[in-house]
Design a protein around this ligand. Structure first.
Ligand SMILES: [Zn+2]
Ligand SMILES: [Zn+2]
Length: 62
């Protein structure tokens, strides 16, 4: 079983895929749903939601 490129389905809308992006301000990575744009620190700690702000520095994401 290869899991290197697995997609993580958004736990909030159950439809979108969590995509990795990097904050333009602090440069740290997090994931954002491509459907509802919920933001999570990473795929594993997806109970923590950060609506449209970087989980690391709090910068707003467009
Ligand atoms: Zn979603
Ligand atoms: Zn940031």
């Amino acid at each position: 079983m290869e899991n290197t490129n697995r997609e993580i389905i958004c736990p909030f809308c159950d439809e979108g895929v969590l995509k990795k992006i990097n904050c333009k301000k602090c440069g740290k990575g997090f994931v954002m749903c491509d459907e509802c744009e919920s933001i999570y620190r990473d795929g594993e700690s997806s109970d923590d939601e950060f609506f449209s702000a970087c989980p690391h520095c709090g910068a707003e994401i467009d």
